[in-house]
Design a protein around this ligand. Structure first.
Ligand code: NAP
Length: 246
């Protein structure tokens, strides 16, 4: 796979899965523009690691729930050469059983995980339509397929992303733009480290591959989906979960 000369936008690239995606796409030759919410030190580290691969990196602090922040990322990608790839990776959890979940917890997760991906997609579609090419990957989750007690908001956001992936894929397939989703299972990042120990153990015991995933496992699937090798693949959801959701 070769992404030389392409530019990729990755939301939430400062840590975890997003950082691994930035590094993998950079290793394959793409310039990287990524966003982060507030962790400047982690963002600086990602940018440094990306630049060490020999491509350009731009780290932009910005909330994915803002349409203006989306435009800023697109502008930065244009300055680096174009808007070829978008990975909607930024996401948050606010776990609670539904009976105890506040409206704020529900709204915040939907706004970041689902509406954020919509705003970012909307911002890249025009330049991608003009170029008659582009590849978008949305970061869903096995939880969006299977559901998970305590994650009604998160599961709804990820199931919504899957529906949005397929809808937009149908809208733009004939003009050379592909939209796919990746559905990770249990991946070792800050997000899963914050889960209660019992929940971590329950999820890990449901993995047929008998090991948690690594951010790089997800990054490899994303790299394939945005590459020319996946030119005839659109509207799909690829689970990267050690067999959890089969
Ligand atoms: P993480 O370690 O918590 O990192 C989250 C990233 O998103 C950080 O870069 C963070 O920036 C950024 N972010 C959060 N809210 C944002 C906002 N409003 N605007 C812009 N950036 C924002 O998460 P992760 O585990 O790598 O997860 C990445 C994606 O994979 C998420 O969509 C998650 O739902 C999905 N996923 C993860 C797992 C898993 O097991 N880890 C499984 C399935 C799906 P800061 O560093 O500045 O805070």
């Amino acid at each position: 796979m070769d992404l030389t000369g392409k530019t990729a936008i990755v939301t939430g690239g400062s840590r975890g899965i997003g950082r691994a995606i930035c590094l993998e796409l950079a290793r394959l030759g793409a310039n990287i523009v990524f966003s982060y919410a507030g962790n400047a030190a982690a963002a600086e580290e990602t940018a440094k690691l990306v630049e060490q691969t020999g491509v350009a990196a731009r780290a932009i602090q910005g909330d994915v729930t803002s349409a203006d922040a989306a435009k800023e990322l697109v502008e930065a990608a244009r300055e680096l050469g174009g808007v070829d790839i978008l990975v909607n990776n930024a996401g948050i959890t606010r776990d609670k059983l539904a009976a105890r979940m506040s409206e704020d917890d529900f709204d915040a997760v939907i706004a970041t995980n689902l509406k954020g991906a919509f705003l970012m997609t909307k911002a890249v579609l025009r330049p991608m339509m003009r170029a008659k090419s582009g590849a978008i990957v949305n970061m869903a989750s096995v939880v969006g397929i299977m559901g998970n007690a305590g994650q009604a908001n998160y599961a709804a956001s990820k199931a919504g992303l899957i529906g949005m992936t397929k809808s937009i894929a149908r809208e733009v397939a004939s003009i050379g733009i592909r939209v796919n989703a990746v559905a990770p299972g249990y991946i070792e990042t800050d997000m899963t480290a914050a889960m209660p120990e019992a929940a971590q153990q329950a999820m890990c015991s449901a993995i047929p591959a008998a090991r948690p995933g690594k951010p790089e496992d997800v990054a490899h699937a994303v790299a394939f989906l945005v590459s020319d090798e996946a030119a005839y693949i659109t509207g799909q959801v690829i689970a990267v979960d050690g067999g959890m959701a089969m």
